[in-house]
Write a protein that binds this ligand. Structure first.
Ligand code: SAH
Length: 347
């Protein structure tokens, strides 16, 4: 993997953008992190909300049914999950919603998964269920669509721009001895492809301090715009949950996790996850024709009944079970509750 990155750097006059680096580290067909191993779960490198508790999927199922009603109960609609991971969220949603005949019979489930090995895993877990798989969002059916994405946008490649004395620099990845490292490079000295996006230069108006880092995720914005197009053309909604911020912290949020511990993003390339906090403000700013609201995960879960559901699950079980259910609920609402945001979009 490192040899491949070095080659990439050599081919690009000595440096590559962080997004090219992330693209290679996460999605390279042979060595990419998501392409070769199962990163999630207690035995994996990190654990996500659907894996923590069934409560998460159950509350999202309620949101999906509520949203379907708000859309006027379309007799045919797609439920599309982006980046389903182990397939636990969709599994829980099916379990909850199959009792509601009208709803369930109008729903066609589509999973969008880039990694062939994760697709195989999902197919195994969801065997016998009527589900369609896609590598990307380009060929989804032309009908009302409800999108779900949990911890999907944080995995998409970002670029970083750094402000200093009225000028913009880009944080890029360079070769250093036998390793790689980050280096801030002045933009003017490089080719046109490295122009600072308008969304970044606009940030200058806010009187930035020297060293302020602005992160952009062009792929995330592009995907969201496609979702918006679909929602506007055929009606629909989206629920995007991820760790992120609404006002920029103006510092690097790039992080790498291996076996539940933070590690250096430039080491263990291809064997550790690399993510960045999601810039929800930038995502919201890119939407023009739909309504959008950003809540914390905590607010969202409470709004759609996590308290009531937790109480119901805790009835008629022993103390040990009770404690487990309650602590899992707290993990979702308190530990993750405010760093994680829920972006709700409606056509
Ligand atoms: N939603 C799951 C998994 C989150 S990890 C959970 O909450 O547990 C990110 C998931 O998105 C993985 O399944 C990864 O393979 C997938 N993924 C990442 N980038 C993608 C892309 N560009 N297109 C489709 N799937 C992608």
């Amino acid at each position: 993997m490192l040899a491949y990155i070095h080659e990439l750097i050599d081919k690009n006059q000595g440096s590559i953008s962080i997004s090219s680096f992330m693209n290679a580290a996460l999605y390279h067909k042979e060595y990419g992190y998501y392409m070769k191993k199962l990163p999630f779960g207690r035995d994996g490198d990190f654990i996500t909300a659907p894996e923590i508790s069934q409560l998460f999927g159950e509350i999202i199922a309620i949101w999906v049914m509520h949203t379907w009603e708000q859309l006027g109960k379309p007799p045919k609609f797609s439920l599309v999950e982006l980046g389903p991971g182990k397939g636990t969220l969709i599994h829980d949603i099916i379990r909850v919603t199959k009792k509601y005949r009208d709803f369930f019979s109008s729903m066609a489930i589509h999973l969008v998964e880039i990694s062939p090995s994760l697709q195989r895993m999902q197919k195994e877990k969801l065997k016998g269920l009527d589900i369609n798989w896609h590598e990307d969002i380009n060929n989804l059916p032309k009908q009302p669509t409800i999108f779900l994405a949990n911890e999907f946008f944080d995995a998409l490649p970002i670029d970083q721009f750094v402000y200093c004395n009225g000028k913009w620099y880009e944080n890029r990845v360079i070769k250093q001895d036998n390793e790689v490292s980050f280096q801030c490079l002045i933009l003017e000295s490089r080719k046109k492809e490295s122009c600072v996006p308008a969304s970044v230069t606009q940030a200058t108006n806010e009187k930035l301090f020297n060293g302020a880092v602005v992160e952009v995720c062009p792929v995330g914005v592009e995907i969201l715009k496609k979702l918006e197009e679909k929602m506007v053309s055929y009606r629909g909604a989206a629920l995007i949950i991820d760790y992120g911020y609404v006002s920029s912290p103006y510092k690097s949020t790039l992080q790498s996790v291996k076996q539940h511990k933070y590690v250096n993003s430039l080491e263990n390339i291809g064997n550790s996850d690399i993510t960045a906090l999601v810039n929800f403000q930038a995502l919201r700013d890119s939407l023009k024709h739909v309504d959008c609201e950003i809540l914390t995960q905590r607010e969202f879960l409470y709004l759609f009944g996590i308290k009531e559901r937790t109480q119901a699950l805790m009835e008629n079980v022993g103390n040990e079970q009770k404690n487990r259910i309650f602590s899992e609920c707290l993990r979702l609402t308190e530990n993750m509750g405010t760093l994680f945001k829920a972006m709700l979009i409606r056509s």
